[in-house]
Ligand binder design. Structure first.
Ligand code: BEZ
Length: 250
């Protein structure tokens, strides 16, 4: 993914805001070394650092990391892909919000996380869970199929059992897991669905080379019955989250 850091910060703040209470589940302690995977612009990394922990933000987008360093000069940020990441020193804890569903293959990502933790170290993560953005994916599938193309989801949205097994196979003990709906108001006015797809869903639609002209204008009307909240005059994304905590055995 080639992220537009400016647009992401202006219009997609719901991504990191949704993860704020995840920090409570982690309970970061002063002096702990914490790795924040998929840190984006570093808002939650900075929040973690306010607890007194020594936090490292990791993101595979060089533009995001550059913007995160500029915004939070006292924090270490590394531009690298988790599946190739080798920690110089193991961490007390790993935190990740809204990132692991992008990282492939998930089993390798889980192994890297297990390797990056000290014995007794903990993982707290939230990612899109099974059924996440289902209405958006279904509508994209329908519109592409009508044009003789097949949508290809770039995401991995697991259920509780599937992801627990992946973490356990990687050597972690799952201590908590919850799948829940989080309908999320979008912040983009009339161009909301096009804006979301431009930011996150390009690879879903790209099987149709003319997707901007042929699919985008129809997508919004196709989604209106499911995602437009008439009472409050706003669009909602049909997010479902998988929140999970695990521990590396001593
Ligand atoms: C999510 O956070 O669930 C998500 C974000 C962008 C694309 C797909 C899912």
């Amino acid at each position: 993914m080639d992220w537009n850091a400016t647009l992401y910060s202006q219009r997609h703040a719901f991504v990191w805001r949704g993860g704020e209470d995840l920090i409570e589940l982690l309970q970061p302690q002063p002096g702990e070394r914490i790795l924040d995977i998929g840190c984006g612009l570093g808002q939650l990394t900075a929040e973690l650092a306010r607890s007194g922990a020594r936090v490292t933000g990791l993101d595979n987008s060089a533009s995001m990391v550059e913007a995160a360093r500029a915004a939070h000069p006292g924090i270490e940020f590394i531009a690298a892909d988790l599946v190739e990441f080798e920690a110089a020193e193991p961490f007390d804890a790993i935190f990740s919000n809204a990132a692991l569903h992008w990282i492939h293959p998930p089993a390798t990502a889980a192994r890297r996380m297990a390797q990056a933790l000290k014995p007794g170290g903990r993982l707290v993560a939230e990612l899109g869970g099974t059924g996440n953005v289902g209405a958006m994916i279904d509508a994209a599938n329908e519109l592409l199929a009508e044009r003789g193309h097949a949508a290809q989801s770039p995401w991995f949205f697991p259920g509780v059992g599937e992801y627990s097994q992946i973490l356990e196979t990687a050597g972690l003990e799952v201590t908590f897991a919850l799948l829940f709906d989080r309908p999320t108001p979008l912040e983009d006015g009339e161009e909301v669905i096009a804006g979301w797809m431009e930011m996150f869903g390009k690879s879903l639609l790209q099987a149709e080379p003319e997707w901007r002209a042929s699919v985008l204008p129809r997508l919004k009307e196709r989604l209106r019955p499911k995602l437009f909240d008439k009472d409050n005059n706003r669009w909602m994304a049909d997010y479902r989250r998988l929140r999970i905590a695990a521990r590396k055995p001593l």
